[in-house]
Design a protein around this ligand. Structure first.
Ligand code: HPA
Length: 248
């Protein structure tokens, strides 16, 4: 099986059941990644785990050094990446604590270092990003969820906002008109950088809350944490199944 890297987001700063073999601290041409890469055994496979927001969870979405993170995972030997990310649910089927495997992205973030291809001396290059997530990796995750009877949404458009504030209700309505089903703050440039490095990448999105204006009350941290805990339990099961049953 390909060496799998898991990027853990809010609610998944570490995977308890990893049998840790090594912690690698990489320095990259782009600076330091958010955390050490944990090399460990999980469900009988060697995996690499990186905490996107650091461990402890201190790095805000717009401050994450995405280029260093993806570079470090490549150096550590990652051949495919599953990015776990907390999101808000916009459309009715994206309800809290549910998991979604999105298929598309709209990027509303700005000012982030978002490419490896911007060196002044290198010729201009344009990667194909029509389908930002790796289709076969998505299908394998969906298959694992189905085998386990985990109720997931096997599609969806992920809208990436800048954060760290949550959105206004009008911003969410605009995103919905654009076609977004989910809103998160870390999906980009992570997915595009993985594509530039030619590492298959898929997202396992855990819905932490209804997006702004989609429920009666305010969005509160306790609510987010409860839903994340539930969603992450399903995510860990899904990852275990994926690692145990996938041969490619
Ligand atoms: N908006 C943006 N990012 C998020 C949200 C949200 O409502 N919930 C979790 N991550």
């Amino acid at each position: 099986m390909k060496t799998t890297a898991i990027i853990g987001g809010s609610g998944l700063t570490q995977i308890e059941s990893i049998n840790i073999i090594d912690q690698k601290h990489f320095q990259t041409p782009y600076g330091a990644p958010s955390s050490a890469c944990t090399i460990g055994e999980f469900s009988g496979q060697t995996i690499i785990f990186l905490a996107r927001h650091g461990n402890p969870h201190t790095i805000a979405p717009h401050k994450i050094n995405y280029r260093a993170n993806l570079w470090a995972l490549k150096e550590a030997g990652a051949e495919q990446i599953i990015a776990v990310a907390a999101v808000g649910g916009i459309t009715p089927e994206m309800y809290p604590a549910r998991i979604a495997i999105p298929e598309q992205i709209i990027d509303y973030s700005y000012g982030r270092e978002h490419t490896y291809l911007a060196s002044e001396s290198a010729p201009v290059d344009h990667i194909d990003f029509s389908f930002p997530y790796h289709q076969s990796l998505r299908e394998q995750l969906i298959h694992s969820a189905e085998s386990l009877n985990i109720n997931i949404q096997a599609k969806g458009v992920y809208g990436c906002t800048q954060g760290p504030r949550l959105e206004t209700a009008a911003e969410i309505l605009r995103m919905q008109r654009d076609g977004c089903d989910l809103v998160g703050m870390t999906g980009m440039p992570e997915a595009a950088l993985a594509r530039e490095l030619k590492i298959p990448y898929a997202c396992c999105a855990v819905i932490a809350n209804w997006a702004a204006g989609k429920s009666a009350g305010e969005i509160t941290m306790p609510e987010i944490l409860i839903n994340l805990e539930q969603g992450m339990a399903g995510t860990e099961q899904l990852l275990q199944h994926f690692l145990t049953h996938t041969s490619s």
